[in-house]
Design a protein around this ligand. Structure first.
Ligand code: CDP
Length: 215
């Protein structure tokens, strides 16, 4: 059995950073499932599809020439990594992610990331829908204010201008949509460990997850 650790939670809760660090510490691969929804949203927009048409967006998924190299995502020959991180792409992602057919179209692709010696998977439904048999499930939260501030610093550090109030409104809107959709709504798995990292450093969060893993 290939071990899996799932890290689910709302936007900007620090899932990606935590997953990368835990993956590094254990030598496991990392699945950033949000990137798959982001690239689907981006490709659907570029193809001129109606993002409310779940069947049309789902039909696009098998035609995407996706590849993952050194933490970068390629669509055909184009490195779309930077474009995927944009807030606007996050909104496209949450729109296409609301459709069950789109989620089904991306299901197998996510399972394919499960390789030896193990996987850390981050997203919204890793512990509930994709890897229900995961050995450790973490549900990561942080206050909306903390998350808006983190997202703000992340963007500024990349030279992207941002405003905290706008970011907080965007992330609360996205949380609402992710929690209230009928397809895989954001909710902790029954057997998830809850971790509120509002007041924790990255190191402390990583240490907590590794501690749970060792038990
Ligand atoms: O980093 P952030 O949490 O802002 O975004 P993300 O994890 O890249 O996810 C972007 C959007 O994709 C989310 O708002 C969700 O609507 C959707 N998503 C999902 O539905 N299921 C996943 N496993 C991952 C992302």
């Amino acid at each position: 059995d290939i071990p899996v650790i799932t890290i689910d939670g709302p936007t900007a809760s620090g899932k990606g950073t935590l997953a990368d660090e835990v993956g590094k510490a254990l030598g496991f691969g990392v699945l950033d499932s949000g990137a798959l929804y982001r690239v689907t949203g981006l490709a659907a927009r570029r193809a001129g599809l109606d993002l409310d048409d779940g069947a049309a967006v789902a039909a696009l998924v098998p035609t995407l020439q996706l590849s993952f190299r050194d933490g970068h995502v390629f669509l055909g020959d184009e490195d779309v990594s930077a474009r995927l991180r944009a807030e606007a792409t996050g909104l496209l992602a949450s729109q296409v992610a609301a459709h069950a057919p789109v989620r089904e179209a991306l299901h197998q692709l996510q399972l394919d990331f499960r390789r030896l010696p193990g996987l850390v998977a981050d997203g919204r439904d890793m512990g509930t829908a994709i890897f229900p048999d995961a050995a450790l499930k973490v549900f990561l939260t942080a206050s909306a204010a903390t998350r808006a501030e983190r997202r703000y610093k992340q963007l500024i550090s990349k030279g992207i201008s941002a405003n905290i109030k706008g970011l907080r409104e965007d992330l609360e809107a996205r949380d609402e949509r992710d929690k209230n959709r009928s397809a895989s709504p954001l909710t902790p798995a029954q057997d998830a460990q809850l971790l509120d990292n509002s007041a924790l450093t990255i190191e402390a969060s990583v240490a907590q997850v590794l501690d749970w893993w060792q038990k």
